[in-house]
Each structure stands twice: as C-alpha cells, then as structure tokens.
Design a protein around this ligand. Structure first.
Ligand code: ADE
Length: 228
C-alpha cells in the first residue's frame, strides 16, 4: 500500500512512524509512506499556502493551487482513495479502516486554518474523514491515526501473536480483560479459570467477559450487533 500525506508540518510525521510496528511495516515494504510538504508546491515566492476567504469572515483558507499541483504530481488512479481529514467528515472506525486495505493507494490531505478551498475537495477528494466529534488544530494527528490503524491491518504487518482478529470492534464487541504474572499483586488475584489450563472454559470466560464489558461500556455496540 502506498500512502502519500500532504501537510504543512512534515516534521510531525517523523517520530511516530519510525518506531514499533509501523516502522517494521515500512522497512518490510508493506507500506510505502511518503510525506509531502505542501509549501514545496506553492507558487508564491514566500511559499504562502493560505489566503483570505472570499465573502469575508475570520480566519484563512488554504489555497487550491498547492494542493492541485501536489496531488497531480503524486498521481492517482481509480483505486486511489483521496481523503480529506476534517471534523465534518464521516466518522473513522474499524470497518472503514478495513475497507481502505482494499485500496493500493491512499492520499491524505491535512487541512488547517478555517478550511481548504472547496475546489480541492470537489476535484479530488473521494472521502472526507473525521476521527471524532472534537476539533483539533489541524489534520496531521487525524492523518497519523488513519495511517497507523490502516497499516496494522494490512495482511502480513502484524505477526501471528499480534493478530488483529481478537481486537476490540473486530467482532462487534470489546475485548476481554488480560492478566500476566504475578498471580497475585497488591492483594488482587488473577481469575482462577485463567490458571486452570482448561481452554474451553477460558474461551467461554473470555466471551462472557467481552459481552459483559461491551454491555457496560458501549451498549450501543451490543444493540448494533443484535440489529444486524
Ligand atoms: N481536523 C481537525 N479536527 C479533526 C478531526 N476531529 N478529525 C479529522 N480532521 C480534523
């Protein structure tokens, strides 16, 4: 999967993807991640990428030309998902994440200021995506969330022991609790069933805990599953 990110803060992407699982995914060529500095595509001698809004009002709008030039320079085809990160977009979730793995190319646009000139969206964008109902200072952190979540479910990225098949949301339920050594800590014991070696009973306990926790923390998920 090739992932291009267009941003005015390319430095922000350095550390998060040079560690752990995503670093490995890049090194092993499951993901080709290219960060583009939008200012490199500005036609202005001061590399300006924003301007005053037509119609007046507070705040600045990101200009169309740098985005047009950058996206056309990157190149795309019918299988490219061109995503604009915005709090007014469709809510990102695990299902959308899996849908993206069907694509071989994603371009993520990170917005700033009051927004991006609508012509960029009208010409190129195939999906507007939000990571939640709150407003961040820009689309960079949301883009990182999407890159991380998509990269880890690309087949081959996670090792068998890290498999996403037992992830929360994968089967519509939240995950059961986990315990490791010591068997007792600060007076709190690991549930006996997990020490029993009885795999059937352990599976049943985990399934029951999953349902119980989902009902308690996210009853909306249980309803969704029943309604299907
Ligand atoms: N840009 C600012 N806030 C955002 C959000 N919640 N999701 C996606 N992009 C954003």
């Amino acid at each position: 999967m090739k992932i291009d990110v267009i941003t005015i803060f390319p430095e922000m992407f350095k550390s998060p993807f040079s560690q752990s699982i995503i670093k490995r995914a890049i090194e092993e060529n499951y993901v080709e991640l290219i960060i583009h500095d939008l200012r490199d595509y500005s036609l202005d001698k001061h590399n300006k990428v924003d301007d005053y809004p037509y119609g007046g009002g507070a705040g600045m709008v990101m200009k169309p030309e740098p985005f047009f030039r950058c996206i056309e320079d990157i190149g795309f085809d019918d299988n490219t998902e061109i995503i604009f990160m915005t709090p007014t977009g469709q809510q990102f979730n695990q299902q959308v994440c899996h849908e993206f793995t069907q694509k071989n190319h994603m371009i993520l646009l990170c917005g700033h200021y009051e927004g991006v000139d609508q012509r960029v969206i009208d010409r190129f964008v195939t999906k507007e995506l939000s990571i939640g109902d709150y407003v961040l200072t820009g689309g960079e952190l949301p883009a990182m969330v999407v890159v991380d979540a998509v990269a880890r479910v690309i087949p081959g990225v996670l090792r068998k022991e890290e498999s996403y098949l037992k992830d929360s949301f994968q089967d519509g339920l939240l995950e059961h609790p986990h315990y490791t050594r010591p068997m007792e800590y600060c007076g709190m014991k690991v549930p006996d069933v997990l020490l029993s070696g009885n795999h059937g009973e352990i599976r049943k306990w985990r399934e029951n805990k999953s349902v119980e926790i989902t009902q308690k923390k996210r009853p909306d998920l249980v309803r969704t599953k029943k309604d299907l």
